[in-house]
Write a protein that binds this ligand. Structure first.
Ligand code: TRP
Length: 335
């Protein structure tokens, strides 16, 4: 049977939080056993909206890598690589850019939303690089002949755009590329501490995988609970309580009891929050221990990325050879 080729990536713009964990990292940990898995640290893509802050991108490369290693992605199974070290991706991006219209990029719902959110950076007119990042993402995927792309729902329009590029390429030049499919898995979107639908760094409502017990205590103690519950023995409504929401993620077995007691006014918010802090820490401790191992061994972390990138380069070179051949860009190959 053919070995599955799985690829996904992250922009290195910040440490990973529990939204990433329940939304995608857990999924990746399972998938690493199902085929050949590549994980890209998309530093070039991160620059499309952080071109004025290269230090931020650089600094987060190792943070994102350590977070992935911490959750149990095994460097012996997964090929971690750095996008900027694979020039083939940049080359493919140029070739593919002929196969996409500006109007099509402007209609991409994900890109559209992001542009609207980044008015401050882009002003009235978005950059060519940002508008075109779906083209570069199509290159990320196809350079490695990956067909299974574990992503969140927000990435579906990007995968669709990649599929269109692949079809167009194959119809013009020949059947060289394969169409990828998004793999959503049990992708859950995790709400923020403030009740916002999305947990995000820019929203300031995230619990990071690397947060200390002190930081987690502070965050949970300030999480939004039922506003109508003023005294400890007022009956509470767990449906509008973020602490109850996180208990559902971290406290599987005893969550029913906890919320029942709350509804009856038998358990106060402070006791409930303390329990949650304890359960979050139990869950994060092994992750943080592994992270700690890597934090103390920066050489090993560098080596993982270096080796992975070298391996990835070889894969991308194979694709490039086929692409150049069908595009008639193989001038000096004739004997
Ligand atoms: N755009 C993705 C994100 O913002 C990151 C990414 C870059 C990616 N290249 C990829 C995801 C290739 C899947 C496949 O999360």
């Amino acid at each position: 049977m053919e070995i599955k080729r799985i690829l996904t990536g992250d922009r290195p713009t910040g440490k990973l939080h529990i939204g990433h964990y329940f939304g995608s990292l857990q999924n990746r940990v399972k998938l690493q056993n199902d085929g050949k898995m590549f994980i890209e640290i998309a530093d070039v893509q991160a620059l499309t909206d952080n071109f004025n802050n290269p230090e931020k991108v650089k600094g987060n490369v190792k943070e994102v890598l350590m977070d992935q290693l911490a959750v149990g992605l095994d460097p012996n199974k997964v090929t971690f690589f750095l996008q900027s070290m694979i020039p083939e991706i940049a080359e493919l991006t140029v070739f593919y850019s002929n196969l996409v219209t500006i109007a099509r990029l402007e209609r991409n719902p994900t890109v559209k939303t992001e542009i609207a959110q980044k008015r401050e950076l882009f002003g009235e007119s978005v950059t060519y690089g940002f508008l075109g990042y779906p083209v570069s993402q199509a290159a990320d995927i196809t350079a490695f002949d990956a067909t299974i792309i574990p992503v969140g729902e927000d990435q579906l329009p990007l995968i669709e755009q990649c599929r269109e590029i692949v079809r167009k390429f194959n119809s013009i030049y020949g059947e060289v590329l394969r169409e990828p499919t998004a793999f959503l898995g049990e992708n859950k979107r995790i709400k923020g501490l403030d009740g916002n639908e999305k947990m995000g760094k820019s929203l300031g409502n995230a619990i990071y995988l690397s947060d200390s017990e002190e930081e987690i205590t502070k965050k949970v103690m300030n999480a939004v609970t039922d506003p109508a519950r003023i005294k400890k023995d007022d009956p509470g409504n767990p449906n509008i309580c973020m602490v109850a929401y996180y208990h559902n993620l971290f406290s599987k077995d005893n969550v029913k009891n906890i919320c029942e007691e709350c509804k009856q006014g038998k358990r106060g918010c402070v006791a409930c929050k303390k329990q949650l802090i304890k359960n979050i820490m139990e869950h994060l401790s092994p992750i943080q221990e592994r992270r700690h191992y890597y934090e103390e061994r920066p050489k090993e972390v560098r080596e993982i990325l270096f080796e992975g990138t070298n391996e990835a380069k070889k894969e991308a070179a194979k694709t490039m050879e086929k692409v150049k051949e069908v595009m008639k860009l193989d001038y000096f190959k004739d004997k």
